[in-house]
Design a protein around this ligand. Structure first.
Ligand SMILES: Cc1cc2nc3c(=O)[nH]c(=O)nc-3n(C[C@H](O)[C@H](O)[C@H](O)COP(=O)(O)OP(=O)(O)OC[C@H]3O[C@@H](n4cnc5c(N)ncnc54)[C@H](O)[C@@H]3O)c2cc1C
Length: 243
């Protein structure tokens, strides 16, 4: 039963995302036709304009660019937090259709929290995962060993640590919001690592949209009030330098 590690791939993004965002934004303020607007926009660098748009909080044009990520090596506990973000689209590997028996598939994969390793309990934790695997195998067999009728009930034994795979599509506005709340030190370590990696990859294809992206404190005071981590300077430096 292998341990899983986070793996994120930016599968697709809108080609020239900054161009389409600039077209949508300029259309709001211009009498020009779509064809003229397109020509004007294509001939210019949109970096300053994108910056102004975010300063003005005119965020709706950002919805015209989308980013699709393939994610694996995360726990079900992490995916549960991700799917709370309602303005995104998801496709997640099913524990109902995909069996996790040790004999047929090598068993369920799982994530070991670094904190458990740190206190010297990793071997202990893996032993418990092995015990759960035995229970899962026994129950799957008792339920007929095949197909969703067996897997849909046997999965009730699987832990939050069980690995999952998910494809996520977010538009740039939602992605910026996701990054703001999930890259914060107050977010749980696993979703924070994922959100930071999504930001790193999005920034590579769209450096201007994501130039100042990061947790709330990157662009102002910490919004967490009494719950602040107090490490704003370190966090700001880390996200300004993320590449
Ligand atoms: C540190 C942290 C701790 C958390 N702890 C808990 C917890 O203990 N328990 C728990 O249940 N959840 C918890 N959450 C999840 C949190 O409550 C949200 O469900 C999650 O962050 C999704 O955020 P959102 O609703 O802003 O985002 P999205 O669903 O991505 O929506 C984006 C934005 O669109 C707008 N929007 C979307 N849908 C609506 C709507 N129906 N009506 C009005 N406006 C809408 C809002 O402005 C929203 O901010 C936690 C989140 C974080 C970051």
């Amino acid at each position: 039963m292998p341990e899983s590690k986070l793996h994120v791939v930016l599968l697709r993004s809108t080609p020239d995302p900054e161009e389409v965002i600039a077209q949508a934004a300029k259309l709001c303020y211009s009498p020009a036709s779509i064809d003229d607007l397109k020509k004007q926009i294509e001939s210019k660098n949109q970096a300053n304009f994108i910056g102004k748009l975010t300063d003005m909080r005119h965020h709706s044009p950002l919805e015209h660019a989308t980013f699709t990520f393939g994610v694996e090596g995360i726990s079900r506990s992490c995916s549960h937090q991700i799917v709370r973000h309602r303005l995104a689209s998801y496709s997640q590997q099913s524990q109902r259709y995909v069996g996790q028996q040790s004999g047929k598939t090598g068993g369920f994969h799982f994530v070991v929290p670094p904190g458990i390793d740190k206190i010297g309990k990793k071997t202990w934790f893996i032993e418990k995962m092995n015990i759960i695997q035995q229970w899962y195998d026994e129950l799957t067999e008792a339920l007929g060993n095949e197909g969703e009728r067996a897997f849909e009930d046997a999965r009730f034994l699987l832990p939050n640590a069980a690995e999952t795979k998910i494809i996520i599509t977010m538009n740039a506005r939602e992605l910026l919001h996701f990054i703001q709340v999930r890259c914060c030190n107050r977010a749980q370590w696993e979703v924070r690592e994922l959100a930071t990696e999504m930001l790193r990859q999005a920034k590579q294809v769209s450096p201007h949209i994501f130039k100042d992206a990061g947790p709330g404190c990157v662009n102002g005071a910490c919004p967490e009030g009494k719950m602040t981590c107090g490490e704003m300077n370190e966090v700001r430096t880390r996200f300004k330098n993320l590449s």
